[in-house]
Write a protein that binds this ligand. Structure first.
Ligand SMILES: N[C@@H](CCC(=O)N[C@@H](CS)C(=O)NCC(=O)O)C(=O)O
Length: 296
């Protein structure tokens, strides 16, 4: 039996504040919808420890936005991870979800637990949730996590300026100090760029390692091929992989692409592949950020 969790009043107060202090991490915060308000006491308070450009974090946010379940985000400093001290977390990756006092690690597990709670709260009919997580949806969601999402990072750090652009979001994180912002954008971007075609030592740190691990030679070609495979075999001739409505696979691939939407790579991919119609259909339903009540 799931524990009933109550939402802190501070979350509702934060709704207004978030819109004022943090327009930079667009999209803007909108008032809670009726559906969102009705889930507030049953799904419970959700705080997502995240990186704004993490594909797995954006998958979870897309899921919550789709079903209008309110949540807060807390940006984790990629260099220090000091935000994890408050929750005493030994797990060093993002996303981490705090569901009330309960810590849940790993996006696949977080999605599963959230879907159970959304079902138990009656936010979405059981049959719809079953379809949302059908065997095929789970298979493609795993493909998205393990094959597709890993292609993104090498595609946004090919040069120092690309890397710098990708890390630009840190300058707009409300709780980062100036030192946090500057160190993350410069040091982070520098090492990511350096690691692209790097000596073995640096490859172990970042993108070079990813390229090697996943046998990626030409990152753009690999990303185009991934998109082609998704559209041909995942979505097919339906509006979504899930049919008339998105399923977990749609949400996973959308979240991965949404994660890099501030970059030139994102614009290029949307212009040069046939993914736009599907991407925009999901975006219209997800309405990114619509259920986020506080961004920190
Ligand atoms: N399987 C995990 C993968 C999470 C993951 O690899 N997250 C990356 C960011 S996209 C991370 O936290 N890397 C470690 C780091 O940045 O120090 C999940 O789905 O949540």
């Amino acid at each position: 039996m799931l524990r009933r969790l109550t939402a802190p009043v501070a979350t509702l107060g934060g709704l207004v504040t978030a819109g004022i202090v943090d327009r930079a991490l667009t999209p803007g915060v909108k008032p809670l919808t009726t559906a969102a308000t009705s889930t507030l006491n049953t799904v419970g308070p959700i705080r997502l420890y995240q990186y704004e450009i993490c594909p797995f974090c954006n998958k979870i946010k897309a899921l919550l936005d789709l079903y209008r379940v309110p949540y807060e985000t807390l940006e984790v400093n990629p260099l220090t991870k000091k935000e994890y001290k408050d929750i005493g977390s030994d797990y060093r990756k993002v996303p981490v979800a705090m569901l009330g006092e309960e810590q849940v690690n790993d996006s696949a597990v977080i999605a599963k637990v959230l879907l159970e709670r959304i079902g138990a709260a009656g936010v979405v009919p059981a049959a719809e949730l079953k379809h949302f997580s059908s065997p095929s949806a789970l298979e493609w969601a795993e493909w998205s996590d393990k094959k597709f999402s890993v292609l993104l990072f090498p595609n946004i750090t090919r040069s120092f300026s690309e890397s710098f652009e990708a890390f630009g979001y840190v300058m707009q994180v409300p709780h980062f100090s100036l030192l946090d912002k500057v160190s993350n954008q410069f040091v982070g971007a520098f090492f990511m760029w350096l690691a692209q075609d790097s000596p073995a030592l640096l490859e172990d740190l970042t993108a070079g390692k990813i390229k090697k691990k996943y046998f990626i030679d030409d990152e753009r070609a690999a990303l185009h091929a991934g998109i082609h495979e998704w559209l041909r075999d995942g979505v097919g001739d339906k509006p979504f992989a899930g049919g008339d409505k998105p399923n977990l696979a749609d949400i996973s691939v959308f979240g991965a692409l949404k994660a890099i939407d501030r970059t030139a790579a994102h614009k290029e991919i949307l212009a040069e592949t046939s993914i736009s119609p599907w991407y925009n259909r999901v975006k219209a339903l997800v309405d990114p950020g619509n259920s986020c009540t506080l961004r920190q």
